[in-house]
Design a protein around this ligand. Structure first.
Ligand SMILES: Cc1ncc(C[n+]2csc(CCOP(=O)(O)OP(=O)(O)O)c2C)c(N)n1
Length: 538
């Protein structure tokens, strides 16, 4: 058996390729990005011509994945947890239509919000959509689960959700590979109306979905990942979900854990499996990364007859990421912090890279706003959000992808002038475009500054879909060409850039300023790649 040293993200990617994947669809977002990047770099994927292009956003990615499934092929879709909010409409409805070729949706959660706006728990979406959820506890399990997930998906004709947290996505472990499976042949759905959610069809399909969700609990492809291990110490039974099981076991590097432990890595599960714990223990400690979803359910089932410890009673912190030390404390074990964090990896405040075009854009915005209210701008999510920090402190909002444009519209409606949005090129194509259409349709008095560094910088420099097309997109959407201005954010152009901004801020209609300079990180990477290519040719 070949073994590879893989990140959790890469284990899922490799598993999908070995399980006969035909199409990968994703929008970048930490900690999920490496799934697509691994497939894009895979020689096997290139040789097989597995589809592996970035999508405009998570919703378009999921819908394209569903389309590939419609055609009978296996597809995978990946995103960060908040991306599932964007994709939630097709996600929930795809459970009702059902699938044809196997469909896996990977949602990578970010407890403790290392690089996210919230720490929502994707398992919630599984229950919400009546979709089975796999929550691997380690990289090998993640790899193995992909095979079961595709089979389960095809057997029950249902999409399957994978939930992984940052630590699993971004840590490496040896993963043994299984024999590779061929891709599924192209075949259209037997029922031509399967994907037509007219109310009469949807009602029938929804009832089918509810009954499928019940049957799933008994399928071995899910239940084999929920494992009970008995222990002599019967006072406390531990129910550990996904990676929390790994954190638990890290407290027992030598010898066995002597508490009875129920590991949960797949949902839904039957109430019966809980009896292994409730039947022999005085209290149950629930360890789960994210929301107290299982804990809440357990408190309901047990009706106060058994003590339940977890996030809801403070045995475990209510928010934030778990780790082996938190688990040890909750269990009354000795907490051994054996690793000292070296100086070099200590927290450093984030800042713009030296020579970043976003910084020069903000310096111009600050000056151009002075004669007006000078109150700042609506911003969006990307490297440019650092404009919220000193010495700039010019950003008043960062809510969700695309919200800068639409919040600026609402504030303009309320009388704010100038109402200015700052958005990156990738965020603009993700979900700023539709907001701009609103602005054009209503002739809102807003200025949208697209800080175009020609890449998706924040997530590592993925392709930006609007590259070379921004002016045409804005014009095509109805922004008057007189009010589509292109500037180059360099110190030497500062005066001219401030002048352009002042003119557009004064205008009482829709204007777009494209402030374009390539991301210096991407430029450096390209240069390096070019150099090594030249060297290779010599
Ligand atoms: C719904 C959603 N999807 C993905 C992300 C992750 N993410 C944050 S910013 C960003 C894109 C940034 O690219 P761009 O707007 O071009 O700005 P840059 O970082 O290049 O300055 C992404 C993908 C997110 N926060 N929310």
């Amino acid at each position: 058996m070949q073994k590879l040293l893989l990140l959790g993200d890469e284990a899922i990617a490799q598993g999908s390729l070995d399980a006969g994947l035909s199409g990968m669809y994703a929008y970048p977002g930490t900690p999920s990005t490496e799934i697509m990047e691994y497939i894009q770099a895979s020689r096997d994927a290139v040789a097989r011509n597995v589809h592996r292009e970035w999508s405009a956003n998570e919703k378009t990615a999921l819908e394209a994945g569903l389309g590939m499934s419609y055609a009978g092929k296996r597809a995978m879709v990946a995103m960060k947890h908040v991306g599932l909010n964007v994709a939630s409409d097709p996600f929930i409805n795809s459970a009702v239509t059902g699938i044809n070729g196997g469909l896996i949706v990977v949602s990578a959660d970010d407890p403790s919000m290392h690089s996210s706006q919230n720490e929502q728990d994707s398992r919630f979406y599984g229950k919400f959509a009546f979709v089975p959820v796999f929550e691997p506890s380690n990289q090998q399990e993640a790899y193995n689960m992909v095979f079961d997930a595709f089979e389960l998906s095809e057997k029950y004709r249902i999409p399957v959700l994978f939930r992984i947290p940052t630590r699993l996505a971004h840590s490496r472990s040896a993963v043994g590979r299984k024999p590779a499976e061929p891709e599924k042949p192209f075949h259209l759905p037997a029922d031509p109306r399967q994907f037509v959610l007219l109310p009469a069809i949807a009602r029938r399909k929804y009832r089918e979905l509810l009954s499928t969700y019940e049957s799933l609990k008994y399928d071995n492809r899910l239940s084999k990942y929920n494992i009970f291990r008995d222990g002599k110490n019967r006072k406390t039974g531990v129910l550990a979900c996904g990676i929390a099981f790994n954190y638990l076991m890290e407290n027992f590097p030598v010898g066995e854990c002597d508490f009875p432990v129920l590991k949960i890595s797949a949902y839904p599960f039957t109430k019966d499996i809980i009896k292994d714990l409730t039947g022999r223990c005085e209290e149950i400690l629930v360890l789960e990364e994210g929301y107290p979803i299982v804990e809440e359910g357990l408190r309901g089932i047990l009706d106060g007859n058994l003590k339940v410890l977890g996030r809801l009673d403070g045995a475990v912190p209510r928010d934030g990421e778990l780790n082996p030390a938190i688990v040890a404390k909750a269990m009354g074990l000795k907490v051994s912090l054996s690793f000292k964090v070296p100086e070099i990896v200590k927290n450093r405040p984030p800042s713009f890279c030296k020579g970043c075009g976003h910084a020069d854009t903000f310096i111009a915005v600050i000056e151009a706003l002075k004669p007006f209210n000078g109150e700042g701008v609506f911003s969006d999510i990307g490297c440019y959000t650092l404009g919220a920090l000193p010495p700039y402190s010019i950003i008043n909002s960062c809510v969700d992808m695309g919200a800068s444009v639409t919040m600026a519209i609402g504030a303009a409606d309320a009388g704010l002038h100038p109402s200015v949005a700052v958005i990156g090129d990738s965020t603009f194509t993700h979900s700023g475009i539709t907001g701009l259409l609103d602005a054009v349709a209503k002739n809102s008095a807003v200025t949208v500054i697209i800080s175009d560094n020609q890449t998706t910088g924040m997530t590592g420099g993925q392709k930006s879909l609007a590259d070379g097309r921004l002016e045409k997109i804005c014009e095509g959407m109805g922004v008057h060409s007189d009010h589509i201005r292109v500037i180059t954010p360099l110190r030497k152009n500062h005066k001219e850039n401030v002048k352009v901004m002042k003119e557009e801020f004064a205008y009482k209609g829709v204007s777009v300023i494209i402030s374009r300079r390539e991301c210096i990180q991407t430029a450096a990477r390209k240069k390096k790649a070019g150099v090594s290519e030249n060297n290779a040719k010599e």
